[in-house]
Design a protein. Structure first.
Length: 242
């Protein structure tokens, strides 16, 4: 039943994944089994993935990957469906533009494979993936997830009574649902608490859309760079298609 030729996954609004429908009768095999199968298939991204020098390439390849948090045994996760690339010193939209270096963004100047979490408007904790190598402060902002595991816990964390597409829509909601805070900035993504995994899922090129990033009008001409990538038609994608 778990043979790759007889099993596939289909993404839906509720974020769960159903077996490819070929007359297979799941019977007693419900959500718990699907999650166990998914976990067995997941492989944590290696350090080499994060240390590629092309931040745009990394951003595109992060689509479809699974962001996971495991706080005190409580696991929450979701598939990445929207993100933005920030190209460091040469990118006027980046926190490291022009070589700006502060206590807050110091982690960006380290090696790739770490979390960079900052506070936006004094309210939202925004999770970024640091990429590239030392002194090359590239990062990818995770803007939206299609939730997979721990949805009931996500509802509690976000004070929602029912699941809808606002649960993990937008970077602030992503961090709130997965309970990622600024205290996690600098945490390695190679550990077992906060990491990104690959279960083999890939979106086709036709499903991936590029657009200018959101909320970076201050960056002049760099605000027009098509460094935002999202999955076309996914209900968890934030903002209006551009």
């Amino acid at each position: 039943m778990c043979d790759n030729e007889t099993m596939r996954f289909k993404i839906g609004l509720d974020g769960y994944y159903d077996f490819f429908q070929q007359g297979i009768n799941l019977g007693k095999y419900k959500k718990e089994l699907r999650l166990k199968v998914l976990k067995r298939m997941m492989k944590k991204l290696p350090i080499s993935f994060y240390q590629d020098k092309n931040v745009v390439k990394i951003a595109i390849e992060l689509l479809g990957k699974i962001l996971v948090t495991n706080w005190n045994g409580i696991i929450t996760s979701g598939r990445i469906v929207e993100c933005e690339a920030y190209a460091g010193i040469i990118d006027k939209a980046s926190h490291a533009s022009g070589g700006r270096r502060t206590a807050r963004n110091e982690v960006m100047y380290g090696e790739g494979g770490y979390a960079y979490v900052y506070l936006c408007y004094g309210i939202h904790h925004l999770f970024n993936v640091v990429t590239n190598s030392v002194d090359e402060p590239h990062a990818v902002l995770i803007r939206a997830l299609d939730p997979i595991e721990g949805i009931e816990e996500m509802l509690l964390r976000t004070n929602k009574k029912k699941r809808d597409n606002t649960l993990t829509k937008g970077p602030g909601n992503v961090s709130k649902a997965l309970e990622i805070f600024t205290k996690h900035s600098g945490m390695s993504l190679l550990g077992n608490k906060l990491f990104i995994a690959d279960d083999g899922w890939e979106f086709s090129k036709k499903e991936i859309v590029a657009s200018p990033r959101i909320g970076v009008d201050y960056a002049g001409s760099d605000a027009l760079l098509p460094y935002r990538f999202f999955v076309k038609g996914n209900p968890f994608v934030s903002g209006k298609p551009r």
